[in-house]
Design a protein around this ligand. Structure first.
Ligand code: NAP
Length: 283
């Protein structure tokens, strides 16, 4: 049977029309001020610039605004911390996105952690991560949170399933593992020192590829009827998983492109709308 396609593009479009209505309501209640996301781009990496532009465009599509902060590659950690602190204090900024990665000489972790919890709509702070892990209120890291929303929308059960996450980065693999654990999956997180990766993947009911290497996870490692989530995106339209041979064999899969990518951006703007709603209700 053909695998069910977990269509992130479709779900994100549907969510955008609902978010548009929430933005209209917010503006009415807030003197015409929409939710505003600050995007911070440091340096001139073309891929990062494209991602930031896509996020700004998503804001525009739902009537939100964005503050575009662009800083040169030579920016110091101190200068970036100061800029974040200024945005934290700006009442007309509801969410802050610091585009990863920043140039290597900058202490990215310190800068992420400078973002106040209420504005951490991309889910990158240690505090937000810890709260999420403890099942306390916090904005989830956008990519894994987007994956959870996609699985939920397609009513994919995680309880009691063996979920294997390949990758343990702070913004993707690690929070993904904890979110799935919180959803009562039995979770294995794999990384570059994992031995017997193919054998572990063969036991997965749900497999998440977050490795950063095109088609690194081979289709033959994946069991029939698995749920396949591919977070990767590489030039040529490849993901981290060899997807093509899986279409007639697994239960469901996220396409590349059009699966996880649109859900990441959609989750960022959804969480920014939520942050603006919370700011308004507590003002
Ligand atoms: P990352 O920071 O480079 O992390 C890659 C992870 O993969 C690391 O934990 C690494 O393990 C692990 N890994 C590397 N080689 C491995 C191997 N041979 N066997 C097993 N594990 C291995 O990457 P990331 O930021 O998490 O991104 C992962 C993928 O997701 C990339 O393809 C990226 O383009 C994509 N992504 C997509 C979105 C989106 O919006 N769709 C957003 C973010 C990222 P160690 O920890 O041991 O080094």
């Amino acid at each position: 049977m053909a695998a069910q396609i977990l269509d992130g593009k479709k779900l994100s479009r549907e969510t955008e029309s609902e978010l548009g209505a929430r933005v209209v309501a917010l503006k009415q209640d807030n003197d015409g001020i929409p939710p505003i996301l600050a995007t911070i781009l440091v340096g001139a990496d073309p891929a990062s610039a494209t991602y930031v532009r896509m996020k700004q465009n998503a804001c525009r599509r739902i009537g939100m605004e964005s503050i575009a902060v662009e800083m040169p590659s030579e920016t110091t950690t101190k200068e970036l911390l100061e800029k974040i602190s200024e945005l934290n204090a700006n009442k007309n900024c509801h969410g802050i996105l610091l585009q990863h990665p920043v140039p290597a000489h900058i202490d990215e972790r310190a800068c992420f952690d400078e973002i106040s919890l209420e504005k951490d709509v991309d889910g990158v702070t240690c505090l937000g991560f810890g709260r999420m892990a403890m099942n306390e209120e916090a904005y989830g890291s956008a990519t894994p949170q987007g994956i959870m929303r996609l699985l939920e929308a397609y009513k994919i059960p995680l309880e009691g399933k063996h979920a294997v996450v390949v990758g343990r980065s702070p913004i993707l693999g690690k929070p993904m593992g904890l979110m799935m654990l919180n959803a009562n999956a039995t979770v294995t997180i794999c990384h570059s020192r994992t031995t017997n990766l193919p054998e572990i993947i063969k036991t997965a009911d749900v497999i998440v590829g977050a490795v950063g290497r095109p088609e690194f996870i081979r289709s033959k490692w994946i069991a029939d009827d698995a749920i396949v989530v591919d977070a990767g995106f590489h030039p040529g339209g490849f993901g981290d998983i060899e997807l093509e041979p899986l279409h007639n064999r697994v239960a469901a899969l996220t396409p590349v492109p059009g699966g996880v990518g649109p859900m990441t951006i959609n989750t960022l703007i959804l969480q920014c709308v939520e942050a603006a709603e919370k700011a308004l209700s507590s003002s």
